[in-house]
Write a new protein. Structure first.
Length: 311
């Protein structure tokens, strides 16, 4: 079944605009000759009844938030694989469309001005970074790698993470003015911080300020990512670190689950506090390195995230 057939199927079952069921994504497993769908619906029976109108039979239905990762049977494994593949395919379409459009512009307009080339290359770079981040996120989830622990300056990891983000023009990231070292895996921490910042930006609909605060008490280094977004409802809070759980139209639902896994690999803890309509704070505490004595004097001062900003 090719992409055109999958899209035709999705359009068919979404044709009834009065229905409370919509098909978000479809994925066909060629080897198993099975079709998997991600749906929005209020009950399993409503899904079965609705699809029977089109002569379709649902062999099994599983709510996403109830996916278990203990010892799943073969059908559960396939369902999870199908769901992951469908979400990843959905998320990759946007950056791939950007790359396609930029290439077409460069082909049709071969004599671009320097300013136009800079814009085109910038769009390509951001799209490629987004694809790379999404693929790495899925690979880290399905194939965890061993940590490479070294002494790192958290400020450098934060700066590296920010460079990989396609930051909207209306977002300001306020950086800490003190310096904190930890024993950690640089790449893993970069992934974690990138996910938390992207999460904060999306929570504010691409407009507002993100504060990043660092502190330490000699035993633990503390990192906080603070947004002034819509906040997290109380009924959603217990689920946010579950793999594949998401309330967004985009994303694989692995970002926060990945953050939690990385923190726990480093023997740390992650905590979230949120107020609906006011914002959310993610707090990570990691065992401190022995480099505190070599820190710059500025590290003894209280963190003032407004001192340095990235606009």
């Amino acid at each position: 079944m090719d992409n055109d057939s999958l899209n035709a199927f999705k359009n068919l079952v979404n044709k009834d605009s009065q229905s409370h069921i919509s098909t978000k994504e479809v994925f066909f497993n060629q080897a198993q000759q099975k079709l998997y769908c991600i749906l929005d619906a209020h009950s399993e029976q409503s899904i079965r009844d609705y699809h029977e109108k089109f002569g379709l039979k649902c062999k099994s239905i599983m709510p996403i938030q109830q996916v278990t990762f203990g010892v799943p049977d073969e059908s559960e494994k396939l369902q999870v694989i199908g769901e992951l593949a469908a979400r990843l395919a959905h998320d990759l379409r946007n950056p791939l469309s950007v790359i396609k459009n930029v290439v077409e512009i460069m082909e049709t307009k071969q004599r671009l001005r320097i300013e136009e080339k800079i814009i085109c290359y910038g769009r390509l770079h951001r799209a490629i970074n987004r694809i790379s981040h999404q693929i790495d996120e899925v690979l880290d989830f399905v194939r965890p790698t061993k940590l490479t622990i070294e002494e790192n300056l958290l400020n450098e990891i934060i700066s590296s993470a920010i460079e990989k983000i396609a930051k909207p023009d209306d977002i300001v990231i306020n950086l800490p003015n003190n310096f904190v070292y930890v024993q950690c895996d640089f790449i893993k921490f970069e992934v974690m911080i990138t996910n938390l910042i992207i999460n904060a930006i999306q929570a504010m609909n691409n407009s507002g300020q993100v504060d990043i605060v660092l502190s330490d008490d000699g035993k633990f280094a503390t990192l906080q990512v603070i947004d002034r977004g819509s906040g997290i409802p109380k009924d959603v809070m217990p689920k946010i670190f579950e793999p594949l759980f998401t309330t967004k139209q985009i994303g694989t639902g692995l970002g926060l689950a990945s953050c939690k896994a990385i923190v726990e690999q480093h023997k740390g803890i992650i905590h979230v506090s949120s107020s609906v309509g006011k914002g959310t704070t993610f707090t990570i505490q990691i065992p401190k390195s022995h480099a505190a004595a070599q820190e710059p004097q500025a590290s003894n001062k209280a963190s003032q995230p407004q001192i340095a900003s990235i606009k």
